[in-house]
Design a binder for this molecule. Structure first.
Ligand SMILES: Cc1ncc(C[n+]2csc(CCOP(=O)(O)OP(=O)(O)O)c2C)c(N)n1
Ligand SMILES: [Mg+2]
Length: 677
């Protein structure tokens, strides 16, 4: 029997009389309005409106242990309507989590408080994910619910048996990503996902009716969801709807009809209460109408005690879970999976080292597939997928069978044509724990994923994006499909590792680096077209971001830096220069950020001041000034691409050795005239 069903039936839960529940809910309301008042910024409306729903959730349904926010089998609570962050902070504080303290709440929205404007998983252990960009919390929750089923399928009910609860607003349901997320959840029948919709019919600009006349319930039903409703201010009705949702085998939407800002007598029900402090007069009026005499940030003892008592069933469930874990034959493996520890990769390292002796001309997307064939059997946490481009992204391996509603043990997700939904779900999977997700699409569609990629980085989530067809080298599909600004613009996202490997050897190295990058996301930008193998020696040279792949024969006057498919072009340019007696190094730079993090000596050794520095990358030249300097040359594409075969396009955009070498020779005279007067 699923263990958290017995948890739900625990006698302590559900036995609190409604008057006491009302007082407990008012504690959330008062903390929210007091914190927003102190900060003179924030959003009181949502926490006050959803206080009753959140109280029933914590009192009767949510499986949590305040002493152990990271307990792997806790229910996940995702506050998708992240602007209502005070709801989460109040819940965590009242139920007895170590943080936030009342001092933290007093410092709501101030530097160094874990109570940031919107919940941030890196600031607060009880925040499952970082939310605020509307719609993405719910979409991440889909990934968490999927992760729960997958890890359950592997380790069983004794260790993995929890629910994912989401508090979402009108905005989360209106965003386009909602369509992708619920389609995926319905298809995969993620019955342990329950969305509590704050159906208050208000957004910032006013009533929802200003902008929307959609039948949300019908849309969810059409996506295969169970839909129910409740009066979000009637404790019994809320509990009835939640119980119904939990019992239904489909993912559930509970439309909780609420009044935004409930408890603020003159402002409730209107959009003015969404995101502004109530002001001293309205706060006083709210206190009077709620019958709340305590001063700001003070919780009456009996109410505080009632809140803290809610943690007891979860603490007991956690203790029972610990006992089961201690007896479990795979406890060590489970702990390593949850911790995200990589297994021994020496077999993969040996295979990759063997490739050095070959001379394989391959697309790096194909090399990536070969690396994945080696890595996925060794790393069971890896769960792959693609947004309907499996045959192009080369993301599926023999070890990754289909993950479906009928077999959650599978390791390959068919995300469908849902790039943003895939990226957000992968964030949720990584944050849930037990999974290292990777997923593919065309690099040009990284823009569709972009805000989720940004959240991968902000949340320090190990998500690996396999982005193929990484330049005009994809050829005839034309400018709609040819990335131009993408590689450079992804490099702008702080904390995102962007790898653009040049051949099979670098591809294998970059895959290892991405896997070992436990505290952040990586993008692998991979070619459609074949690329010659450039390396026959050296181990993990990609780790420093850039290295000399060819040394000048004649006295070095030029250093040519390339990435990905342009490194082989750089090598051809070097040949042309050397033929004219001009010495040139070629530096391959699979990761610009890693190179820039190297010490000055290493950087100067690769890019010496007395050599003319040249970059070649089939994308925007913007950003390369930092590498080649003011006197350097950057060859790239500062317009959109075109529809033609790849080799025609490379010639059209001037990215051939025959076109680049003379321009370097021409520039050399000026450069050396200035550099060595
Ligand atoms: C992607 C995105 N777009 C816009 C915003 C700005 N924003 C924050 S809350 C909000 C209104 C949301 O309405 P609703 O979800 O109904 O919240 P409520 O007013 O009911 O609390 C908007 C537009 C955002 N946070 N994220
Ligand atoms: Mg609303």
């Amino acid at each position: 029997m699923p263990t958290d069903q017995s948890f739900a039936a625990a006698p302590a839960a559900g036995q609190i009389a409604p008057p006491a529940l009302a007082a407990m809910a008012n504690a959330i309301r008062v903390l929210a309005m007091d914190a927003v008042e102190a900060a003179n910024s924030g959003h009181p409306g949502m926490p006050m409106g959803m206080a009753d729903v959140a109280t029933v959730l914590a009192a009767q349904f949510l499986k949590f242990d305040p002493a152990s926010p990271g307990w792997p089998d806790r229910d996940r609570l995702v506050l998708s309507a992240g602007h209502g962050s005070m709801l989460l902070y109040a819940l965590l504080h009242l139920t007895g989590y170590a943080r936030p303290t009342i001092a933290d709440i007093r410092n709501f929205r101030q530097l160094a408080s874990p109570c940031a404007g919107h919940p941030e998983n890196t600031h607060l252990a009880g925040a499952e994910c970082t939310t605020g960009p509307l719609g993405q919390g719910l979409a991440m929750a889909v990934g968490m619910a999927l992760a729960e089923r997958h890890v359950n399928a592997e380790f069983g009910d004794a260790l993995v048996d929890h629910h994912t609860w989401v508090i979402a607003g009108d905005g989360c349901l209106m965003e386009g990503i909602n369509h992708e997320a619920i389609g995926l959840a319905g298809h995969l029948r993620l019955g342990r996902l329950i969305v509590l919709w704050d159906d208050n019919r208000i957004t910032i600009d006013g009533p929802v009716s200003l902008s929307s006349s959609e039948d949300v319930a019908a849309r969810y039903a059409a996506a295969g969801w169970h839909v129910t409703r409740c009066d979000g201010h009637d404790f019994a009705d809320i509990a009835r709807a939640m119980a119904e949702a939990r019992a239904d085998p489909r993912p559930s939407l509970v439309a909780c009809r609420t009044i935004i800002g409930k408890g603020a007598p003159n402002k409730q029900g209107g959009s003015g209460v969404h995101g502004a402090a109530l002001g001293p007069a309205e706060v006083a009026a709210a206190r009077a109408s709620l019958g709340w005499d305590a001063p700001p940030f003070a919780i009456p003892a009996a109410i505080g005690a009632a809140w803290r008592a809610l943690g007891a069933p979860g603490a007991a469930a956690h203790a029972a879970w610990q006992a089961r874990l201690a007896e479990h034959p795979r406890k060590t493996e489970f702990a390593a999976r949850i911790a995200g520890t990589l297994p021994d990769l020496s077999a993969a390292k040996a295979t990759f080292a063997g490739w050095l002796t070959g001379a394989q001309s391959l697309a790096t997307r194909k090399a990536s597939e070969m690396a994945l064939e080696v890595l996925t059997p060794l790393v069971p946490a890896m769960v792959g997928g693609s947004a309907d481009l499996t045959g192009s992204n080369n993301t599926r391996t023999k070890a990754t069978g289909p993950l479906t509603a009928d077999d959650y043990a599978g390791r390959y997700v068919s995300y469908g044509i849902r790039e943003f939904g895939m990226a957000a779900a992968m964030n949720g999977m990584a944050l849930h724990g037990g999974i290292i997700p990777y997923g593919g699409t065309f690099l040009v569609f990284s823009d569709y994923c972009r805000n989720a990629i940004r959240l991968s980085a902000l949340q320090k989530a190990r998500v690996i994006y396999v982005m193929t067809h990484d330049s005009i080298g994809l050829g005839e599909d034309g400018p709609t499909h040819q990335p131009i600004e993408h590689v450079m613009s992804l490099r702008l996202i702080p904390g995102l590792e962007v790898f653009r490997p040049a051949d099979i050897i670098e591809t294998a190295e970059c895959w290892r680096l991405a896997l070992e990058n436990a505290a952040g996301p990586s993008v692998l930008a991979l070619s459609r077209q074949n690329l010659p193998q450039l390396r026959h020696e050296g181990e993990m040279l990609s780790a420093r971001g850039a290295y000399r792949v060819r040394a000048a024969k004649a006295a070095r006057r030029v250093v040519i830096v390339g990435t990905g498919s342009e490194v082989s072009i750089a090598c051809a340019v070097r040949e042309a220069l050397e033929a004219q007696g001009v010495g040139a190094d070629v530096v391959s730079m699979p990761s610009m950020s890693r190179f820039r993090a190297q010490n000055g000596a290493y950087r100067a050794e690769l890019l010496p001041p007395d050599a003319l520095k040249v970059s070649i990358e089939a994308g925007v030249t913007h950003g390369w000034e930092a590498i080649v300097g003011d006197a350097g040359l950057s060859f790239g594409i500062d317009s959109f691409g075109a529809s033609a075969p790849a080799d025609v396009l490379y010639a059209h955009f001037g990215l051939t050795a025959a076109q680049i070498a003379p321009r370097i020779i021409a520039a050399l005279a000026t450069f050396e005239g200035v550099a060595t007067p």
